[in-house]
Structure formats: structure tokens, C-alpha cells
Design a protein around this ligand. Structure first.
Ligand SMILES: [Fe+2]
Length: 265
């Protein structure tokens, strides 16, 4: 099985011709399905772009959402609308939830958006303030202490869900692929060839999810986990454990590309 993976494609910044050029590029690799690890568009246009893409490629599209997908909207309503859309589109699968998708007899797919949960780096001292905090309803207008609490809550929610889903998948399959938007480890938070600094780490890593992945894989030495993520727009590979590999994809606004073609047996 061949999968074309892309991340942070920000389709809302492209005109129709450029979007079609990108969709076409995902098909040039003779892939059987496409993975997208978030930041697909923004809330007002997300459903339109997902539908347009899946109708164009005519093959299964598995995805999670990124922080930009909630801009000018709310996390809860965007997730609900996306779930609803996927019910009506046979080839469209939003992985956040508890889905375990069998790709082959040996390999399964799971996913969760994840969230920059504020636990790594120095959230107390950083002067970084993301657009998330004024463009996503649940994060808008929160006093800084409350904002930190909300980021942690979002990370914990992702971690709890993925713990159950991933455990189930690892009970049955030798290899699991986990799609998420936010890098789960400091070592996977790439920026220009090195790890992001303490000012950015709080918002570009989801430690709660990383802790779950690490604990699960530490004692399952016969299973293998591949994590695909984005969010930093900078690529790199981190081997966290012999059986836990995290690949972070690159991106440039306006020129989305296929990051990698995965061959799965
Ligand atoms: Fe992002």
C-alpha cells in the first residue's frame, strides 16, 4: 500500500488552480490514499476544502486538524461539523476520536489533532503569543493563567483519547501509524535543523501526548509506532525509542507539497 502524506497545506491561501495542482501532485505517486496532518484551511472554509479535495482525488483521505483549522471558529463546533461532513463523504475520515483503521493486516492508523499544551519550554517567561489566542473562540479573552490551564486541558484530552485508541491498535497490529498535528516530543519540534527554543516549545509540543506514546512503546518492544506530525513547518526525524519514530513534515505557505510517500506492507 502506498500513502502520500502532506502537512500544513493551508488551502485557504491558494486559488483554485493552485489547489488543483496540489491535489494532482498527491496522485502522481500512484498512492492508494492520502494523509494530512492538520492546518488544512480555516474554520469558515474547512468543509469546502476537504470536500473539494476528496472529490478531486477520488481516494481515501485520512486527516487530523491543526490550530489554523479552528481560526475564526470554535474547537467544539469545528470538530462536530467535520465529523458530520465525514459521515456524508465516504472517502473522508477524521481520525480524532477513537478510530482504528486497518491499512493492511500488519499496520493500523490512528490519530488526534493534539495541542500545544504549554508544558515544555518556558511558558512563564515567553513573550510569544500565537494568533490562536485571539482567533479560536475557546482561547479568546482568557487571562494568561487561565489560558495555560486551557492549553493543558486540551493536551490532556488528546492524551486520554489516544491512550485508549493506541492501546487497542497495538493489541492487534505490529505497526501503528499515528497522525497528529503538534509534535509530541521536544526532539521532534524542529526549527531550522534544531530543536525549537524554550520560548516556542510550549506552543509547539504536546507533552501530554508524548508521555502516553513513550510509556506505551517502552513496554511494547515487539510493536512499532510511527508518528507523523507538522505544525512547525520545519522537517526532521526523531528516534525517541528503538520502536518509536517521529517524522515532522515541512511546509511553506502557498506551496503545499507531498512530504513523503509511505510504503506499507
Ligand atoms: Fe499549526
Amino acid at each position: 500500500m502506498r500513502i502520500a502524506w502532506a502537512t500544513d497545506i493551508h488551502l485557504n491561501f491558494l486559488n483554485e488552480q493552485k489547489r488543483e495542482t496540489f491535489f494532482h501532485s498527491t496522485l502522481e505517486h500512484n498512492s492508494d490514499a492520502v494523509f494530512i496532518t492538520g492546518d488544512i484551511a480555516e474554520a469558515p472554509t474547512l468543509s469546502f476544502h476537504l470536500q473539494e479535495m476528496v472529490e478531486f482525488i477520488q481516494q481515501p483521505l485520512y486527516f487530523v486538524l491543526g490550530n489554523h483549522d479552528y481560526y475564526y471558529g470554535a474547537i467544539t463546533s469545528v470538530r462536530n461539523a467535520t465529523e458530520k461532513l465525514c459521515v456524508s463523504q465516504q472517502n473522508l475520515t477524521y481520525l480524532t476520536g477513537n478510530r482504528v483503521i486497518e491499512l493492511t493486516k500488519k499496520t493500523a492508523l490512528v490519530g488526534h489533532d493534539g495541542w500545544g499544551d504549554g508544558r515544555l519550554g518556558n511558558i512563564e517567561q515567553t513573550s510569544v503569543r500565537l494568533n490562536d489566542f485571539r482567533l479560536i473562540e475557546e482561547l479568546t479573552g482568557l487571562e494568561y493563567r487561565k489560558l495555560i490551564g486551557k492549553l493543558r486541558e486540551l493536551g490532556d484530552e488528546a492524551a486520554a483519547l489516544i491512550q485508549d485508541t493506541l492501546s487497542n491498535a497495538l493489541d492487534t497490529y505490529d505497526h501503528v501509524i499515528f497522525l497528529t498535528h503538534v509534535p509530541p516530543f521536544k526532539e521532534s519540534c524542529w526549527y531550522e535543523g534544531r530543536v525549537g527554543n524554550d520560548d516556542w516549545l510550549p506552543f509547539f509540543t504536546c507533552k501530554a501526548v508524548g508521555d502516553v506514546l513513550y510509556e506505551l512503546m517502552k513496554c511494547r518492544t515487539h510493536s512499532r509506532l510511527t508518528v507523523l506530525c507538522g505544525h512547525t513547518h520545519n522537517e526532521g526525524i526523531a528516534q525517541i525509542l528503538p520502536n518509536l519514530r517521529v517524522v515532522t513534515g515541512s511546509a511553506d505557505y502557498g506551496v503545499p507539497h507531498v512530504q513523503e510517500v509511505l510504503e506499507i506492507d
